[in-house]
Design a binder for this molecule. Structure first.
Ligand code: HEC
Length: 131
């Protein structure tokens, strides 16, 4: 490899880079957002469907990339505020699998979604609805 600079090598690395970005962009989002929308009914009792206002739970719009417990207008548990979590598809997946295990003593009264496939569907929906 080293030393031989093929005329197409920069093109090849550009393509490789693009493929990596596509792969990274879809990682954790292979779910089906249509099925995810249905699954969000489990959350909608407490989280507004449009993500805006707070209900029993905090509004979730803009949740990806935000630190846990950061909405100024919602009274979170000390446990969630101190968790140090930044919400990404991966951290959300871990939280939703078993909220009390992920963040002991948080105040979200929800037992979790054990099925990884369902979590992937739900998270891909949330990425569209609450980005
Ligand atoms: C029975 C009410 C209830 C249900 C059902 C519920 N939540 Fe929550 N959720 C809450 C409450 C209350 C909090 C705040 C917890 C705390 O402060 O410890 C919360 C917090 C969260 C947070 C953290 C938000 C932030 O700003 O840090 C996320 C993400 C979340 N819920 C997602 C979901 C999803 C997805 C579902 C459905 C699978 C769901 N919740 C189901 C009440 C609920």
């Amino acid at each position: 490899m080293a030393g031989v600079r093929h005329p197409y090598s920069s093109l090849v690395s550009a393509i490789t880079g693009a493929v990596l970005i596509i792969v990274a962009g879809t990682a954790g989002a292979q779910g089906d957002p249509k099925r995810g929308q249905k699954l969000f009914e489990n959350c909608a009792a407490c989280h507004a469907a449009d993500g805006k206002g707070n209900e029993v739970g905090p509004g979730l719009s803009g949740v990806f990339g935000r630190k846990a417990g950061e909405r100024e207008d919602f009274r979170y548990s000390p446990a969630l505020k101190r968790s140090g979590i930044t919400w990404t598809p991966q951290t959300l997946d871990n939280f939703l699998a078993d909220p009390q295990k992920a963040v002991p003593n948080n105040r979200m009264p929800f037992s979790g979604i054990p099925d990884a496939r369902e979590r992937a569907d739900l998270i891909s929906y949330m990425q569209q609805a609450f980005k």
